[in-house]
Design a protein around this ligand. Structure first.
Ligand SMILES: *Cc1c(COP(=O)(O)O)cnc(C)c1O
Length: 388
């Protein structure tokens, strides 16, 4: 055998190792599908589920483990698993915790695609999925059956903004042996502590505030309980829900400014919501920090902040064509789904088509208040209201 390897081999194998001891703030971006083992015994004994080893890029790298640990810390949780989107994280919870014959309860104001997944579970997977009035509170106990394994909650509902009584829902669910998964995206885990209020799982669409750039899709499930984490991570492994390290890096970067951004969104949104309350065109402002909003007292009891997302109900005499024209006339506010980014957004929703229990009157329009100057945003709303 010749001593010096040929160029094709040397292009792929090198003895060079960078110096030890490099210290800097950013987390390194580790790209890997294959993870190398020192020997066969190490390969056979390595376990990824308890994060004691790396086995394959899909199941974790130093980059993903770092973001997972930091998200668990933010919410006072113990474990966290990333998923390729918020919706994928919802799927991981459903497929990790439910099987055919089980029953799941979803709030009527649940995130739309989550509702769609519930309907699919019921149609094709032998799991019954039922919708409850998000303001049922302790009354949810009446709906919980022996086969009800999971209760979803969302606080507040991300379109209609009702703030449910999460501690009461959790007590009722736990009394009957069901777990509670809370979609905690609205508060970013900053303004509401899911675990202190009784939830078993806190779900985050990192796509929103954690990223903050309207440029990444990612989700996370955070837990305190080892057994629940094990079931969710098994589902993660079986579903193949890996995430790319460049996207993870962007979310890690977003965390540094998240609290400042969240507080700025919150202050601007409250300023604009308070002003909208004085406008004759607006019948109701659905913002948890205002007493028009169902569950406002619960928000005051349980939350420490609000972020940038709220809705309004227009005067019931305004037709859909009129409120659509209002949205179309906005210039700084763009029309688009999602929120938590620095740009203001606006979406009209057809509530009665989306909900089993909807009692609101007037057309609903949702605002995501970005990081622009609130006075400019209000001027934009004034000119669009004039076209109503
Ligand atoms: C956006 C959102 C999700 C889903 O997040 P994606 O990353 O867009 O899939 C889930 N729940 C809520 C409340 C959301 O707003």
């Amino acid at each position: 055998m010749k001593d010096k390897k040929s160029i094709a081999t040397r292009l792929n194998h090198s003895d060079y190792r960078p110096l030890e001891g490099f210290e800097a703030f950013p987390t390194a971006i580790h790209h890997a599908s294959t993870v190398l083992f020192n020997n066969v015994a190490a390969m056979r004994s390595s376990r990824w589920q308890d994060k004691s080893a790396y086995t394959y890029g899909l199941h974790g790298t130093p980059t993903t483990f770092t973001l997972e640990a930091r998200l668990a810390e933010i919410e006072d949780g113990k474990h966290c698993i990333l998923a390729p989107s918020g919706l994928a994280a919802i799927a991981m919870v459903n497929f990790g915790l439910l099987k055919s014959g089980d029953d799941v309860l979803l709030p009527d104001n649940v995130y739309g695609p989550s509702r769609e997944m519930g309907t699919w579970l019921a149609q094709d997977w032998g799991i019954s999925a039922r919708f409850y009035d998000p303001m049922a509170g302790a009354g949810i106990a009446e709906l919980i059956q022996p086969n009800t394994k999971l209760v979803w909650a969302e606080t507040p509902g991300s379109v209609s903004m009702e703030v449910p009584d999460i501690p009461a829902i959790c007590r009722a669910a736990h009394d009957k042996g069901a777990l509670v998964a809370l979609d905690n995206t609205w508060s970013a885990g900053l303004a509401f502590n899911a675990f202190e209020h009784g939830a078993d799982i806190s779900l985050q669409a990192l796509t929103k505030y954690q990223s903050g750039g309207s440029d990444v899709l990612m989700g996370a499930v955070i837990t305190r309980d080892d057994a629940i984490h094990y079931r969710l991570s098994t589902a993660h492994g079986r579903l193949g829900f890996g995430v790319g390290p460049d996207d993870v890096y962007l979310v890690l970067r977003g965390l540094q400014s998240m609290k400042l951004r969240f507080d700025a969104h919150d202050a601007a949104a409250r300023k604009i919501a308070a002003w909208l309350k004085t406008r004759p065109e607006i019948a109701r402002v659905l913002h948890p920090a205002f007493d028009d909003c169902p569950g406002h007292d619960i928000w005051r009891r349980d939350f420490t902040g609000a972020g940038g997302l709220f809705s309004v109900l227009f005067d019931a005499r305004d037709t859909e064509a009129q409120t659509d024209r209002f949205v179309d006339s906005l210039r700084l506010f763009k029309i688009g789904y999602s929120w938590g980014g620095s740009h203001s957004l606006c979406v009209p929703y057809r509530m009665s088509a989306m909900r089993n229990f909807w009692h609101g009157e007037g057309n609903l329009v949702r605002f995501n208040i970005g990081l622009e100057d609130p006075d400019d945003l209000m001027a934009d709303i004034v000119q669009a209201l004039a076209r109503l």
